[in-house]
Design a protein around this ligand. Structure first.
Ligand code: FAD
Length: 390
């Protein structure tokens, strides 16, 4: 064993997966999150500011498998396989673009459920302690101390290694930048996203069914904006749509009739699926999220700190790879940890070998926005394929 105690900040999907990997290697793990236990408050975007479902693809599944093949299999039994895109034109006509002739596919998974399953798996390890309601305030890596705010005041913990898995606006990253020169770049897109639930359709016999083909990622590309939609697994047979659009276009929608006009003009086939009233309510009431892309380097400080997941590389979601890359981060990190008996060498090797890949996928994610909202509707494009996207 290389170290003693690891303090993981952030019990999102990446931090929780990292906790399991560390525990399996014999470390004593403390996993902290500023939120309350998300298992107590499932299915609300308002509470997390995150999408309801996401696409799990090969690199993410391999990351899960590295922790436990049972865990990976269990997750894969609770996904909706997505074999291609379904492009909806302005007349409501649909055309399918399969991802792969051999049936390779991505997988729609419920974000809250996945996070909960990982937390359940983590809590089975005696050497993992999970603490919710703990916000990292300060970390002194040289003194090996991390300080957290709780509703009962501040506490200090000893940490041989701090893992920053605390998301795009990472406090650990800010603390690391005080100790180490870190190159840092942050870009916001002039695009907001808003989720719109598409309820089940009713069959003539009264039973409920998906309103769209659940095995496709549905895209309504409209050049400067787009709607996309993924099926949710479960009895309610709903889809979650996400409208990605410049802020100015959202600002133009003031009255319910603006919503109806806008959707009838650009997404006419969606209006009867959601219904005008429910559509208007969702457009006005559902939160509008921002999209940020973060690049930084290095990802580590000596043998004391490492950034994983969005804390290291928040990316725009158009390649569907943010969480998948975060899971792969954990897997790659442990390949380096197992390769050497020095944690500082492992972290150094991780930064050196991981940076180019993460910068590349972040750029691809940015490029894929143009592809999804515009290029997918061009005929020439039909010949090109990709399984690494939403
Ligand atoms: P997060 O999920 O952000 O978790 C960070 C955790 O840290 C949170 O629980 C937070 O409460 C906690 N925290 C923050 N600060 C502190 C602090 N100071 N102290 C203690 N705890 C703290 N990715 C995919 O792979 N596929 C997709 O299809 C996909 N779709 C997406 C769609 C949308 C609309 C968006 C916005 C993103 C999408 N992503 C997708 C990206 C994905 O959501 C992220 O990459 C993923 O959530 C990153 O996980 P994480 O654990 O690194 O960070």
């Amino acid at each position: 064993m290389l170290g003693n105690t690891v303090t993981i900040v952030g019990a999102g999907p990446v931090g929780t997966l990292a906790a399991i990997y560390f525990a399996k290697e014999g470390w004593d793990v403390m996993l902290f999150d500023l939120r309350n236990d998300p298992r107590l408050n499932r299915g609300s975007t308002a509470s997390t500011g995150k999408s309801i479902n996401l696409a799990l693809s090969h690199r993410g599944i391999e990351g899960l498998r590295g922790a436990s093949s049972e865990l990976a299999s269990m997750v894969m039994n609770n996904v909706v396989p997505v074999y291609g895109r379904m492009i909806h034109d302005r007349k409501g006509q649909q055309s399918s673009q399969p991802y792969d002739v051999h049936g390779m596919h991505i997988n729609a998974v419920d974000r809250g459920w996945l996070n909960g399953v990982l937390l359940d798996a983590a809590e089975k390890y005696k050497n993992i302690k999970v603490k919710f309601g703990h916000r990292l305030i300060h970390s002194d890596f040289d003194k090996r101390i991390a300080k957290f705010g709780t509703e009962n005041g501040e506490i200090e913990v000893h940490a041989d290694l701090v893992v920053g898995a605390d998301g795009a606006h990472s406090t650990v990253r800010r603390q690391m930048m005080r100790a180490e020169p870190v190159d840092f770049e942050q870009k916001y897109l002039d695009t907001l996203w808003c989720e719109l639930s598409i309820p089940a359709a009713k069959l003539p016999d009264g039973k409920e069914t998906y309103a769209l083909d659940p095995n496709h990622l549905h895209i309504w590309p409209r050049k400067t904006f787009m709607l996309m939609s993924l099926a949710n697994i479960g009895d309610d047979k709903s889809f979650t749509g996400t409208l990605f659009m410049p802020k100015a276009n959202f600002d133009d929608i003031v009255y319910p009739m603006d919503v109806v006009d806008f959707f009838n003009t650009y997404f006419p086939d969606v209006v009867p699926l959601i219904g005008e009233d429910y559509l208007c309510r969702q457009v006005f009431e559902n939160p509008k999220g921002t999209l940020v892309s973060v690049k930084c380097s290095p990802y580590h400080y000596l043998d004391r700190c490492i950034l994983l997941g969005d804390a290291a590389h928040a990316m725009v979601p158009f390649y569907g790879q943010g969480m998948n890359c975060g899971f792969e981060d954990v897997q790659r990190l442990f390949e380096h940890i197992r390769d050497t008996n020095s944690i500082s060498s492992a972290l150094e090797n991780y930064t050196a070998t991981r940076r180019a890949d993460l910068f590349a996928i972040s750029d691809l994610a940015m490029d894929n926005y143009v592809e999804m909202r515009s290029s997918v509707s061009s005929k020439m494009y039909l010949a090109r394929k990709s399984t690494e996207e939403f």
